[in-house]
Design a binder for this molecule. Structure first.
Ligand SMILES: [Zn+2]
Length: 112
């Protein structure tokens, strides 16, 4: 692992105003706020177990614009902040492909 990736992630989180690079919806960042206060901010009920799968999906992760598997680096220039769910859903597809997929999905004619 490259050292310092978490601090790059947190810097991106702040410069993106806490919004996901892909879907532009709010995230939460472990280094900045605890899960409980983040859940209140995001309107998620943690319930009796103090845990909700949504909190995992909405967690801020370090997304590599050019995936490591395709020769991307862990330099700050190649890192953005994105939801865990968006990050894993995108996989190693080009960023543009995934963004246009998200856009077509949000249109009412997009189907199921
Ligand atoms: Zn997202």
């Amino acid at each position: 692992m490259t050292t310092g990736i978490a601090s790059k992630r947190a810097r991106r989180f702040l410069s993106q105003n806490g919004k996901c690079f892909h879907c532009n919806k709010p995230m939460w960042e472990r280094r900045i706020e605890n899960m409980k206060s983040a859940s209140v901010r995001l309107g998620i009920n943690l319930g009796t177990h103090g845990w909700n799968k949504k909190m995992r999906d909405l967690r801020c992760t370090a997304e590599h614009l050019v995936p490591l598997a395709q020769g991307g680096s862990s330099r700050f220039e190649n890192i953005v902040a994105a939801h865990l769910s968006c990050n894993s859903e995108r996989g190693i597809r080009p960023v543009e492909d995934y963004k246009s997929e998200l856009q077509s999905r949000s249109q009412p004619t997009g189907g199921g």
